[in-house]
Design a protein. Structure first.
Lengths: 113, 116
């Protein structure tokens, strides 16, 4: 499988708990993105990595959110002290070059109860 | 700042009818434009893209889109709808916020329903 892989596919958590999602991009893609999609909306940019460096973070990414890409391969997105407003689909994407389309994973759907 | 407007949050067509999904963008620089499709509880799949060159772009599943600079539009069409086309469609533009981050900015999406 040469696509973008995200785990888990679904996560239900209680408010206040911490959650962590994983993304494995296409191996030759050095650029990795996280997006968040809420119901009825298009995906919104959260953060961007080039190799292991996190080069941009959206204002949507509050201090409860942290993302890492320690070896420039897979990435993790952690949400601390989850709130109901964090319920969304979290999408990971990777790409090779500037004019290339992104390849998206299937997403992790988070439900905070 | 770049933005994308998709006209019509919901479009309903009959099977075999023409599909037309509208997208307008604003961009201060020549845009890279994309259409993605999303099936329920799935990620986004690239349908087609425009970067440079020919303004009529053909994609997968019989879809095509035409870049019209004068109208700042990138409408998606398919001559004959199939039941399997029912999904949500997103138009997106790449924006360069500096450096190497060519960030995708999405419209709010158009839900396509295909009636038998």
């Amino acid at each position: 499988d040469t696509g973008v892989s995200q785990n888990p596919r679904h996560k239900i958590t209680k408010r206040g708990q911490n959650v962590t999602f994983r993304c494995d991009p296409i191996s030759e893609h050095n650029r990795l993105y996280w997006y968040r999609q809420t119901l009825g909306q298009g995906p919104e940019f959260l953060t961007y990595f080039q190799n292991e460096a996190q080069l941009e973070k959206s204002r949507l990414l509050s201090d409860r959110f942290s993302a890492e890409r320690p070896k420039g391969s897979f990435s993790t997105l952690e949400i601390q002290r989850t709130e109901q407003g964090d319920s969304a689909m979290y999408l990971c994407a990777s790409r090779a070059g500037a004019g290339d389309g992104y390849t998206f994973g299937s997403g992790t759907r988070l439900t905070v109860v | 700042a770049q933005s994308v407007t998709q006209l019509g949050s919901h479009v309903s067509v009959s099977e075999g009818a023409l599909v037309l999904l509208r997208c307008n963008y604003s961009s201060s620089v020549p845009p890279y434009l994309f259409w993605y499709v999303q099936y329920p509880n799935q990620g986004l799949q690239l349908l087609l893209k425009y970067t440079t060159g020919a303004t009529l772009v053909k994609g997968i599943n019989g879809f095509e889109a035409e870049f019209k600079k004068s109208e700042t539009s990138f409408h998606l069409t398919k001559p004959s709808a199939h039941m399997s086309d029912a999904a949500e469609y997103f138009c997106a533009v790449i924006t360069n916020s500096g450096g190497s981050n060519y960030k995708l900015t999405f419209g709010k999406g158009t839900l396509l329903t295909v009636n038998p």
